[in-house]
Design a protein. Sequence first.
Length: 184
Amino acid sequence: MKLSECVEFDATGLASLVSAGEVTSLELTRLAREAYDEINPRINAVIEFYEDAETIAGADAGLFHGVPFLRKDIGASEAGRLQEKGSRLFKGCRSDTDSYYFRRARDAGLRTIGRTTLPELGTSGMSESILNGITGNPWILSDPREARARELPRRLRPASLLLHMQATPAGLFAFPLPGAALLG
């Protein structure tokens, strides 16, 4: 599967492809890494793509079987992984246990492969923090120093969807949305 094909599916569609054997969870994770490598240097949306992402296991079944997932750096904890909340105050903090949310996410087959930026302590609508810097718009890249906008090249637009995570007022977690393919 190519990245341009992958973005045509939402998380449940990707899970269906994995269950049918048309694609593997490893292939989806490699596509997510490809998108990360190509897009993230320009938008700074992912603060950590796990080095061991290709070996992270999810459940053998479930609604999201085999689907890679990026989590916000706040809220539900993941045992042994950094959770710095976008703040220098929490730099280096790691949880000892998985939260209920992550146990359920794994049981549903999601494979958490990294974490995304957020404003310090999640207190603003803009993802800007001293710890992680400014997160750019994946559709229109702006250079804040020069205050000029550049349009994201057409060939990179589908890949940018793989890095976009929807936040909700109820919490900073992703839901299965069309166009947010690998993120659910």
